[in-house]
Write a protein that binds this ligand. Structure first.
Ligand code: ZN
Length: 198
């Protein structure tokens, strides 16, 4: 039996970079990986983009309602004769998975004996869990926090949404590439102070 891992962190904690590094490590050993990205994440379209400038295409762009286990199985079938053995499933922006897709990821690990490593953000700009992250926190075998630093030097754990000169308190949970909207990873102290001021 393999395991489902959830590596979570605030924005800009290097999750995509870490994913690309894991993929590289497997491939260097002559093994292949499947890279999955929820179709919801429009940033870079089907590309996994690291802020360090490295990128690669996702093997599976997973749309809403699609069965992740079935998709991985299909790909495994297509690759079986031609390529090196499939060793791992890597999921970028895993906060955007649907809970059922997280359950499918657990089945891939448990029944298909393929380790699954999901990288994602734990909470949204109002400090509420994304549905995919919540399910991952519930069912993953292993949780690993990826650290990044707040402007004050402490560990950042929250993601503030900035726009119109202040901090957003309302709005859709998902807002990617909207004009004038940016995010900043903050520690709890800076987040709460910032919230009081705006
Ligand atoms: Zn801080």
């Amino acid at each position: 039996m393999s395991k489902l891992f959830f590596r979570y962190g605030a924005m800009n904690s290097g999750k995509s970079t870490a994913l690309l590094q894991v993929a590289h490590n497997y491939e260097e050993r002559g093994q292949s990986v499947v890279v999955v990205k929820p179709a919801l994440d429009t940033k870079g379209h089907n590309k996994i983009v690291s802020r360090l400038g490295v990128s690669r295409s996702a093997d599976i762009l997973l749309a809403s309602g699609e069965d992740l286990r079935h998709k991985v199985d299909e790909l495994r079938g297509r690759r079986s004769s031609s390529e090196s053995a499939l060793a791992c499933v890597l999921i970028d922006e895993a906060q955007f998975l649907e809970p059922e897709q997280v359950d499918a990821a657990l089945e891939i690990a448990v029944f298909d004996n393929l380790p699954v490593v999901a990288f994602g953000i734990r909470t949204d700009f109002r400090r509420r869990a994304f549905p995919g992250s919540l399910r991952l926190l519930e069912v993953a075998h292993a949780l690993e926090e990826m650290k990044t630093i707040c402007r004050c030097g402490a560990k950042a754990i929250f993601n503030a949404r900035l726009g119109d000169g202040g901090m957003a308190h309302e709005g859709h949970q998902i807002m990617i590439d909207a004009p004038g909207v940016t995010y900043e990873a903050l520690c709890a102290h800076c987040y709460l102070k910032f919230e009081q001021r705006h």
